[in-house]
Design a protein around this ligand. Structure first.
Ligand code: NAP
Length: 365
């Protein structure tokens, strides 16, 4: 059986990956080895009755023994270790959740329900680096990829509502701690004057009582329209990924579709949502659009454009922990017959991160 090294297994993406691999019986097909950058020698996970001891994720000698490596550790780790491994003539497959390698010419962005043909061609060509896409990009394509594949999209904007867990385990805890402090402070004021309560909460958000080490600003009772680093053109790197990665996944680098928008961190705990404005290149009936989206994969669920269905299903609460991508609020806009309004939600830790990685492992196996 192939030796598979798993790095970053105790982080947010890694934990979800392990969970999915256990559920799908993936560990029965491989000999797993678990690595850590900070806990080498300590106890790792227990899988199928076997207790694993953690190996050193910075040891090139140890990593070189692997046939396949899956890293959910993060971009800095990939930047540091991947080149050293390749320079040491390691010829195994590297599967990664981080963005560092995504735009490399000899790396493929993996989302097999949408681009299995691109993946198969890459394996055939001897490509060895396979990288999961940006979470909002992957979820957008799981929802409305069929419209791109049918060549119906002239351009698109995407306004995102991204959950705290997109930043990782520590970010989730920071949001929950902020909520706890807010709850404790509000509890004794709930029967009093609403303006006093409001003023107290505003003051609290600007005080040192609210820890903002991870997000750099309070997220509870607030939102942050900035994710990742700044680019010279005024975009954030997260916003830049929508254009560059979507077109790379679709194999359209030579003939890219314009995509842009604003990425916003909101106080959802898990699962990202986005509001899409799609300019179609011709008028298409809403019923046809809905059928196209619904039939694109077994994981898509079209949500009726009603208040009841929307409140029930078109939200992080409904999709969190499931492979479902919900697509709703599908309607023509006042802007014209070729302008489509769509809202979509999906679990960014599953299709947006862990699921394409474990599916890539299975494709290679
Ligand atoms: P994370 O939760 O911060 O975990 C990454 C690593 O941090 C862990 O594997 C662990 O490695 C270390 N760590 C340090 N303190 C920890 C703690 N208290 N709890 C758990 N782990 C701790 O990061 P992540 O969200 O999984 O992201 C990993 C990579 O996937 C990043 O490149 C990210 O951009 C990408 N990604 C994330 C998402 C998402 O929704 N979160 C989606 C798509 C892609 P050691 O054992 O080596 O110390």
């Amino acid at each position: 059986m192939k030796n598979v090294g798993i790095i970053g297994w105790r982080g947010m993406v890694g934990s979800v990956l392990l969970d999915r691999m256990k559920t799908e019986g993936d560990f029965k097909k491989i000999t797993p080895h678990f690595y850590s950058t900070s806990q080498a020698g300590q106890k790792g996970p227990s899988i199928d009755g076997v207790d694993y001891t953690l190996l050193d994720a910075n040891s090139i000698e140890s990593l070189k023994e692997m046939d396949i490596i899956i890293s959910c550790q993060g971009g800095d780790y990939t930047k540091q270790v991947h080149p050293q491994l390749r320079q040491s003539n390691w010829n195994g497959y590297w599967i990664d959740a981080a963005s560092s390698l995504r735009m490399n010419e000899d790396a493929v962005i993996i989302l097999d329900p949408v681009n299995r043909n691109v993946i198969d061609q890459a394996i055939e060509k001897g490509i060895k680096d396979f990288v999961g896409g940006n979470c909002t990009v992957s979820l957008m394509l799981m929802g409305v990829g069929s419209l791109f594949n049918e060549n119906l999209v002239e351009w698109m904007t995407s306004m995102t509502y991204q959950a705290a867990s997109g930043g990782g385990a520590r970010h989730m805890k920071e949001l929950l701690t902020q909520m706890q402090v807010i709850g404790n402070n509000a509890a004794h004021m709930m029967d009093g004057d609403i303006l006093k309560l409001d003023a107290a909460m505003s003051k609290l958000l600007s005080s040192h009582e609210i820890n903002t080490d991870c997000f750099g600003a309070p997220l509870a009772l607030n939102l942050i329209p900035w994710i990742d680093s700044a680019l010279e053109n005024g975009q954030t790197r997260e916003e830049w990924k929508a254009f560059s990665e979507t077109n790379k996944i679709l194999g359209r680098q030579e003939n890219p579709i314009p995509i842009d928008g604003t990425c916003v961190r909101v106080g959802a705990l898990r699962s990202h949502s986005q509001a899409l404005t799609i300019k179609l290149n011709k008028s298409v009936e809403i019923k046809t659009i809905e059928e196209m989206i619904q039939s694109s994969s077994e994981w898509v669920e079209v949500v009726e454009n009603t208040p009841e269905a929307t409140r029930e299903k078109l939200c992080p609460r409904y999709v969190s922990g499931s492979l479902k991508t919900v697509v709703g609020r599908i309607r023509k806009m006042n802007l014209g017959d070729e302008y489509l309004n769509i809202f979509t939600s999906g679990d960014q830790l599953l299709w947006g991160a862990a699921e394409p990685l474990r599916r890539m492992l299975n494709i290679l196996l």
